[in-house]
Design a protein around this ligand. Structure first.
Ligand SMILES: [Zn+2]
Length: 279
């Protein structure tokens, strides 16, 4: 079979990241909800002491309403939102965070490097409405553990996509069965040679950590990478005797990470020609 070894990313993909006319969601584990628009998504992790939002889609009220709506739809309580944890300082991840801060007084987390990067190098420099619009309360760095109730998020510094990009590993349960998920924070490789090399180095580090932590679930914050919308659609209608499509095993996770290695190496080969990148 002739299958692509990386997704096709076009101008339309980039444009679709701002399309707030479509949202979908699914409770993909007992304690993990995914909410997505066409290209970007966020995760909501349920702990015994409240909810953690991981990434926040786009700075649009529609995105915030979609996340809150999904939380209510599956019977969780948005009033229990305690933390907003970001992978990196690009606008499609810092997203609608200001409403979580304003309405739910969520504590915010990001690396110090990316807080500065977010402020000084906005992803859309010509559009003030997308610039940094809320404060970060706590800086995360490599090796940190972020604890709320019964959940621990393991924090890894994986620079490259942005200077202070973070990736996360955390446990979830499927019908009470324990699994370990990994979220690679910065999807596409950067443009400069030294940064691409850093991205690839971070990837190998994160894969090593994923083996150490027995990761068997791959999460992505961009739907183009993992047939994200189709996986959500499957999960929404999954019958009790069907497998959880997110559980792919340790070998599966390493195989999945091959897409980032291929994109990085391809970008290295063509690094002088700018491509269209997801941010
Ligand atoms: Zn990004």
């Amino acid at each position: 079979m002739n299958r692509l070894d990386k997704p096709v990313i076009t101008n339309e993909t980039i444009k679709a990241m701002e399309d707030m006319s479509f949202f979908t969601y699914s409770q993909i584990f007992d304690d993990l909800l995914i909410v997505a628009q066409k290209e970007t998504n966020c995760f909501v992790l349920k702990t015994s002491d409240g909810l953690i939002i991981i990434d926040a889609i786009w700075p649009a009220k529609e995105a915030f309403d979609a996340i809150i709506g999904a939380i209510k739809e599956i019977g969780w309580n948005p009033d229990s939102i305690k933390k907003l944890v970001l992978t990196h300082g690009h606008v499609d991840h810092t997203g609608c965070g200001k409403w979580f801060v304003k309405q739910y007084h969520a504590h915010t987390y990001l690396s110090k490097e990316d807080d500065i990067f977010w402020q000084e190098h906005p992803a859309k420099p010509d559009r003030p409405k997308t610039w940094k619009d809320y404060n970060i309360d706590y800086y995360l760095q490599n090796g940190d553990t972020l604890i709320l109730g019964n959940k621990t998020i393991y924090v890894y510094s994986t620079p490259g996509h942005t200077p202070g990009c973070l990736s996360y590993i955390f446990p979830v349960e499927d019908n009470g069965e324990k699994h370990m998920t990994a979220l690679w924070g910065g999807t596409t490789p950067p443009r400069k040679k030294a940064e691409i090399e850093l991205y690839l180095k971070s990837l190998e580090y994160f894969i090593k950590m994923s083996i150490y932590k027995n990761v068997d679930v791959a999460l992505s914050n961009h739907t183009a990478i993992d047939n994200g919308l189709e996986r959500i659609a499957y999960s929404k209608k999954r019958l009790s005797y069907m497998p959880n499509i997110y559980v792919i095993g340790s070998d599966g996770f390493q195989k999945y990470c091959q897409v980032f290695r291929i994109m990085g190496n391809d970008m290295l080969k063509n690094h002088e020609h700018s491509g269209h990148l997801l941010s």
